[in-house]
Structure formats: C-alpha cells, structure tokens
Design a protein around this ligand. Structure first.
Ligand code: URA
Length: 241
C-alpha cells in the first residue's frame, strides 16, 4: 500500500468515528510468573474503503444485520429509496414505526411533509422535480425503540453504510435533515439553529443542513417552517439550475 493509500484509508475510518485503530489488551493479573507487558494489537476494522460499489452490494453487505442492538426490535432494515443516480440525497435520522413496517424511508407523517416540501418548493420554483427523482436514506437503518435518538455507537456502526451509499451515489449535494444527520456528516459542535441554511461540506460534497420534518410538525413556530422552505429553495436551485 502506498503512503497516500494508507492516509486515505485512515481518513476514511476517522470519518466513520474510529479514533484509534489500536486497543490495549486487558491487563493480566500477576500470579506466580510476572505478567507480560500490555501489548498493542490491531483493532479489527471493517473492509477497506470500497471503490466502485453498487448500492445493491452495500445492501447485501448489510445482510440480516446484527451489528448493533437496534436489530432486536426492528421489523425491516430501511436501506434507502429513490433515484440511485440522483444529484441530491436527503439524509434523515432513522426509521419510525411506518418506515419500519414498510421498509421505506420517510413514508409516515414526517415523510409526507418532506414529500410536500420537496415537490411544493420545486413546483413553486418552476422545477419539474418529484420525490422519486431524489435519493432518500437515514443515518441508522433500523428503528430505534420508541423513536429515541440513535446512540453514538449505533451511528458509528451504521454510519459506515451511509458513507458508502453517499460515496457510491456521489451526489452534487446532500441535505442533512435535523441534528442527527448533521452530526453524522459534519464534524461540528454547533447546533442546528446555528448551522441551518448554510453550506457545509462532507468529502467535498456540499451539505445543506435544515430542520427535520418531524420538528416542523411539532412546531407552531412559523419561522422554523419558513426557514426550512428557504433552505430547500436554495438547495434545489443549487442542484438543478
Ligand atoms: N424520520 C426519519 O428521520 N427518517 C425516516 O425515515 C422517517 C422519519
């Protein structure tokens, strides 16, 4: 492997949240003989950064996933839906009850609002864009119990598949819906209210952060809705003009 390949390999795993590829062996209690010095051993990493994968291969790799606790209560693995060659990918947090039942992201109330936002904004701006033209997926592919926020280890484990989906589709832009998608894609401590509406980057791909449609459904705050529509307008013009 060339130094450039090693650097890119390590950067890929750093992005996935692996801070270190080494772990210490647990200390062995000295009994009669002196204990051996703690050794550094190589942490078992997932496969090398894949090149030229298809979404189908990634889905096959997920298989009947048991890599984290979210497998315990799920009915379906909700991989993603839409145009696999889309110049735009929306990333949500994780499936809810409707998505878990149907195996398709964003089909419940929040999903209906998202569809309305995409198609309504596009129509108003004179663009013939439908939801099916776009690719939609989530950070975690299995429903967190009671729709709780995914935990960091769940995001780290499942995030590798999101990253591979994005590297395969190579969209012109990504829309991060809500704080979980924002944290999964951007190395930031800022909150969503600070970052929404501004262009960020993930692996050189522009990322627009905006409010999650579930948040907009809960909000009587018209301001948040107006802002989300403004974000979407900027995003659609950037991608399709
Ligand atoms: N909320 C999400 O974040 N994703 C879905 O698929 C549905 C609701």
């Amino acid at each position: 492997m060339t130094p450039e390949q090693i650097r890119s390999y390590l950067e890929f795993y750093k992005d996935l949240g692996f801070d270190s590829i080494y772990k210490r062996e647990p200390k062995i209690k000295a009994v009669a003989a002196p204990a051996p010095a703690p050794a550094e051993t190589l942490f078992p990493l997932p496969a090398l950064q894949p090149v030229d994968e298809t979404l189908e291969q990634i889905r096959l790799d997920i298989g009947d996933c048991k890599r984290c606790r979210l497998c315990e209560a799920r009915n379906s693995i909700v991989f993603g839906v839409g145009n696999e060659k889309s110049p735009l990918v929306f990333v949500g947090e994780g499936p809810g009850a409707d998505e878990d039942a149907q195996g398709i992201p964003f089909v419940g109330r929040a999903g209906q609002l998202l569809t309305q936002m995409i198609e309504g904004t596009a129509a108003k701006e004179g663009m013939a864009i439908k939801r099916a033209d776009i690719y939609i997926c989530n950070v975690v592919k299995c429903r967190p119990p009671e729709n709780r926020t995914p935990q960091p280890d769940e995001m780290q484990i499942c995030g590798q598949f999101l990253y591979r989906q994005l590297l395969t589709i190579k969209p012109k832009a990504i829309c991060a819906l809500g704080g979980t998608a924002m944290k999964a894609l951007l190395n930031t401590k800022d909150g969503i209210t600070k970052l929404r509406g501004q262009w960020q980057k993930w692996h050189d791909i522009p990322v627009m952060v905006t409010y999650h449609p579930s948040y907009l459904l809960r909000q009587y705050n018209q301001q948040a809705k107006r802002e989300a529509w403004e974000d979407l307008k900027a995003l659609l013009h950037f991608v399709y003009d």
